[in-house]
Design a protein around this ligand. Structure first.
Ligand SMILES: N[C@@H](CCC(=O)N[C@@H](CS)C(=O)NCC(=O)O)C(=O)O
Length: 209
């Protein structure tokens, strides 16, 4: 009889700098869900990943029972439903308003972020013009954060962790501009996140599997 090796942990196909993968790793870490990390090259995606998720984006979480979660938000909610010691799903952490904010992040803001990051691919506007479009969302976030430390309130919630990796990318396109930009609450919210152990933990370098 041939023994078939059964996976003992879920496998996370991930890419270190991808904001969608970062948000998934944040929730997996906060929920203390052990997974095998498979760092992929987006130029050479592993056949095992494409076999279970032909759309070819990361993150993908392959559960031990064969279930495949192939959307970052799905992975976050799945992990936190099992264990949510910091209460990320509670109250304003993942209510209707939070979902709406994340939808705007993943839609309009992500589109503007891509244009701001790669202006040569979107010549209909110059880079500052693309940035201005993205600033609409920064202003919305700044208004939310004016009276509270996190979008979810006094404590962080899923809504914060789903959006922060994208704002980090936006801030990094031109750090000097961001340092002076009129979004002080967004700036301190992002700094608090970047200095957290949680963020440092999920950004640890892993060699490609
Ligand atoms: N809706 C997906 C989007 C994931 C996504 O677009 N990931 C990017 C990397 S940041 C990707 O894998 N792109 C495929 C590629 O670059 O080939 C999710 O939320 O997980």
């Amino acid at each position: 009889m041939t023994a078939v090796a059964m996976p003992i942990l879920p496998t996370l196909y991930t890419f270190r700098r991808c904001p969608y993968a970062i948000r998934a790793r944040l929730a997996l870490a906060a929920s203390q869900t052990p997974v095998l990390h498979h760092e992929v090259s987006l130029r050479d995606k592993p056949a095992a990943m494409l076999a279970i998720s032909p759309k070819g984006t990361v993150p993908v979480l392959h559960l031990v029972d064969g279930t495949v979660l192939e959307q970052s938000l799905e992975i976050m909610v799945w992990a936190l439903k099992h264990n949510d010691p910091q209460g990320w799903l509670e109250g304003s952490g993942w209510d209707d308003e939070a979902r709406q904010l994340v939808a705007t992040n993943d839609g309009e803001f992500k589109r503007n972020l891509d244009r701001y990051k790669y202006p040569e691919r979107f010549p209909e506007r110059d880079q500052a013009g693309h940035r201005q479009q993205g600033e609409v969302f920064l202003q919305t976030l700044d208004n939310h954060l004016a009276g509270q430390a996190w979008l979810a309130g006094a404590r962080a919630g899923l809504v914060d962790m789903a959006i922060l990796p994208f704002v980090r990318q936006f801030a990094h396109v031109d750090k000097d501009w961001f340092a002076e930009a009129p979004y002080p609450h967004v700036r301190s919210w992002l700094e608090r996140f970047l200095e957290s152990e949680l963020f440092a933990g999920v950004m640890e370098k892993r060699s490609p599997a």
